[in-house]
Design a protein around this ligand. Structure first.
Ligand code: ZN
Length: 270
């Protein structure tokens, strides 16, 4: 599943091909993805110039003067910029022809992604109430400390709540808690300010590193046959239950927290 680094890598890959380009035609090959695609989207986008490509949480926004196309890659979605003559592939559901002679195609086999519309000057309901971006200056240990006071929920669930911070999915929650030495089941309200500072730095560092690594796959976005730009991670805890802890060699524990599999070291994480 595309996580925040993959979505940011997608944005960085698309930007040079989309920014400043005019959309000459929009073709919907089906009326819905996860939700119905508003039928007016095609007419609203046609003739519009793409001012920029933004990311908010795991949503991508193609900004035009009329409003923004709001895209989510869901479980299996990918976006590619191709020559307009490139043959359609199975599960290519949406295409936007550009005045560069290229076409942006949205492929999504499982159709958990979406294409919606955000009118100019408005915020789509899906984006309302979201917490800060993890890589923004407003997200830090002081913020996490203040927000977590009195919270009895496990710190891992607190971290994965999109109202706390966006884009910290299961992988990044497990890895950052491991690196910061915080046990995932500890009550969020019982983690000190200093330890939240270490946690916030770990989250930023791990996400930034993943985005940097993703940069090496950027060529895939203009290759008709390339795989989507998802990439292997170097993981210390996630997916390694029962294996030795990289820090102390003891067996990593595995259990379900908030219905998500969690792995941690009960020696290194307190
Ligand atoms: Zn350990």
């Amino acid at each position: 599943m595309p996580e925040l680094p993959e979505v940011e890598t997608t944005r960085l890959g698309l930007l040079p091909h989309l920014q400043g380009r005019r959309i000459t035609a929009v073709t919907l090959h089906r009326p819905d993805l996860r939700w119905p695609i508003p039928p007016a989207v095609a007419a609203l986008l046609q003739g519009q110039r793409i001012e920029t490509v933004r990311r908010r949480a795991k949503y991508l926004l193609l900004d035009t003067a009329a409003g923004s196309a709001l895209l989510h890659l869901g479980m299996s979605g990918s976006l590619r910029v191709l020559d307009a003559a490139a043959p359609l592939k199975l599960h290519d559901h949406v295409e936007m022809a550009l005045d560069s002679g290229r076409v942006l195609r949205f492929n999504d086999p499982r159709r958990f992604g979406c294409l919606l519309w955000q009118a100019s000057g408005q915020e789509h309901p899906l984006l309302q109430g979201l917490g800060p971006e993890p890589l923004s200056p407003g997200f830090d240990g002081d913020y996490l400390f203040a927000r977590s006071r009195g919270r009895k929920a496990p710190v891992k669930s607190f971290l994965m709540d999109q109202r706390t911070v966006v884009g910290v999915g299961n992988i990044y929650a497990a890895e950052s808690l491991y690196r910061a030495g915080i046990a995932p089941l500890r009550a969020a309200g019982r983690v000190s300010r200093e330890r939240y500072q270490a946690l916030a730095l770990s989250i930023k560092d791990i996400l930034a590193h993943a985005i940097t690594r993703g940069g090496t796959t950027l060529r895939d976005f203009i290759s008709p046959d390339g795989a989507p730009g998802y990439f292997e991670q170097e993981l210390s805890a996630y997916g390694r239950g029962g294996q030795p802890c990289p820090g102390c060699g003891r067996k990593l524990r595995q259990a379900s927290i908030g219905q998500r599999t969690s792995v941690w070291c009960s020696h290194c994480q307190r």
